[in-house]
Design a binder for this molecule. Structure first.
Ligand code: NAD
Ligand code: G6P
Ligand code: MN
Ligand code: MN
Length: 432
């Protein structure tokens, strides 16, 4: 028997996960799938479970689908636990975006003050889940997609005994984009990425005996850039910067390289169609109306409007790679152990790794240019202090971390913004 548990089963991404499990049923014979949610998500998770049952039946397969609000019941003897919940739900995300913007900062789910707030809501719940796992399924793998994925994974690896791997769809989207530019299938080339979650660079694109990095960069500069997720508006990199860099920055790096431009765009959006969280709320409503249709038996096209497209696909591939010791190269959040030189061994980095039955075996990374390394070190220190603040409820650690973050304003504005963040989130941040 193979038991998979999904925490946050009511996510609109779950049909992609179901599709991934269906497509891999012969190599990953999941017998039981448990969808765990909370009271707020009861209606959503029930709609998802009915759709999942139809999708599975449509393909003539048998996977036992269970819905529960009782997490302990679900965790008992699990083999894989996939975490995709949103602590504080969408309201929490929208609040983060609005508070940041109010204080003149970029308002984003995983970056800057919003990323900090998200970490402080999410890490306490995640550590509680892992404590339950230590008791109920100590050998299970915890596959984390819950954002901020890198910091959440670091918290688990530092503070619990659970085997955890963090995932993100950004490297998957980069790989798909590169495959389009090269006109090659994904198995035909190797892309190596390194950095931190939402702060990675592609370092190598090995294809037919050459490194195609410069070619890909020149295509991107010509405007051929299919490497950007749908939650980040298409934009052009400064030509001089990209040409000299010799690496491909992930789309999220625009928050650091072009913060003022992003800031203006976000402010305009916030006064128009709404923040990304508000836009997502509307997309989600449409998605659930589609999911409710009893005639629907497949993942709908509308899901592509979400930025998280393909991450459930990556999750299923990760499970299959561990389960079958596939030794496939995937891009995951795992313990550094010297993979990126200049960072502590025990911190979590996002790096291309060989996936074995024992977990990820990261591929050593060519040293980063000094300026990029400094940015990564700064952001890692922000992350590590945020994890510490989130675990211990240490507001001084929080402030020390936030001061380092290049897209966070400091001084009285930070004091006020931090106070408001904690005050507005009291229910979800019991540590403070
Ligand atoms: P969502 O708002 O739909 O939340 C998913 C579900 O989590 C909801 O049904 C909600 O009720 C439930 N939930 C909230 N708190 C819970 C708790 N304590 N226990 C169990 N369930 C709980 O969110 P979404 O847009 O589907 O995203 C889910 C998560 O995945 C977010 O953290 C998001 O940032 C993340 N995400 C990550 C990636 C990635 O690249 N790693 C990609 C997409 C989404
Ligand atoms: C992806 C990121 C995810 C994030 C998602 C947001 O690019 O990798 O970590 O959750 O975008 O998409 P959304 O549709 O929720 O804005
Ligand atoms: Mn991500
Ligand atoms: Mn700053």
């Amino acid at each position: 028997k193979l038991k998979v548990v999904v925490i946050g089963g009511g996510s609109s991404y779950t049909p992609e996960l179901i599709e991934g499990l269906i497509n891999r049923h012969s190599e990953l014979p999941v017998s039981e799938l448990w969808l765990v949610d909370i009271e707020e998500g009861r209606e959503k998770v029930n709609i998802i479970s009915e759709l999942a049952k139809r999708m599975i039946k449509h393909k003539g397969l048998h996977i036992d689908i269970n819905v529960t609000l009782d997490r302990r019941l679900a965790l008992k003897d699990a083999d894989f636990v996939c975490s995709q919940f949103r602590a504080g739900c969408l309201e929490g995300r929208i609040r983060d975006e609005r508070i940041s913007l109010k204080y003149g900062m970029i308002g984003q789910e995983t970056n800057g003050l919003g990323g900090f707030a998200n970490a402080c809501r999410t890490i306490p719940v995640t550590l509680q889940i892992c404590r339950e796992m230590e008791e109920l399924c100590p050998n299970a793998w915890f596959l984390n997609f819950t954002n901020p994925s890198g910091m959440v994974t670091e918290a688990i690896l530092k503070y619990t005994k659970i085997k955890a791997i963090g995932l993100c769809n950004v490297p998957v989207i980069m790989e798909k984009g590169i495959s389009k530019i090269l006109n090659a299938s994904e198995g035909e080339f190797i892309m190596q990425v390194a950095g931190l979650n939402h702060l990675i660079w592609a370092r190598k694109v090995l294809y037919q005996g050459d490194d195609k990095l410069d070619f890909i960069i020149s295509e991107i500069l010509k405007g051929n850039d299919p490497l950007v997720p749908s939650n980040i508006p298409p934009f052009e990199w400064p030509d001089d910067l990209l040409r000299k860099m010799g690496m491909i920055p992930c789309a999220y790096l625009r928050y650091y390289y072009m913060s003022d431009d992003i800031m203006k765009q976000e402010q305009a959006e916030a006064n128009g169609e709404g923040t990304r969280g508000e836009v997502v709320k509307a997309i989600e409503k449409r998605l659930f109306d589609i999911y409710k249709n009893p005639a629907l038996e497949e993942k709908p096209k509308e899901l592509e409007k979400r930025g998280g497209q393909y991450y459930s696909e990556a999750a299923c591939e990760l499970m299959a790679s561990i389960y079958n010791d596939k030794r496939k190269i995937m891009h995951v959040n795992t313990r550094n152990n010297g993979t990126i030189s200049g960072l502590p061994d025990d911190c979590v980095v996002e790096v291309s790794s060989i996936i074995t039955k024992n977990g990820p075996l990261p591929l050593n990374v060519e040293p980063f240019p000094d300026d990029t390394l400094r940015l990564i070190q700064l952001m890692k220190e922000f992350e590590t202090l945020t994890v510490e603040a989130a675990v211990k409820g240490d507001l001084v650690a929080a402030k020390r971390g936030l001061i380092l973050n290049p897209i966070v304003n400091t001084g009285t504005i930070l004091d006020e913004a931090l106070k408001e963040t904690v005050f507005e989130n009291l229910e979800h941040m019991p540590q403070f």
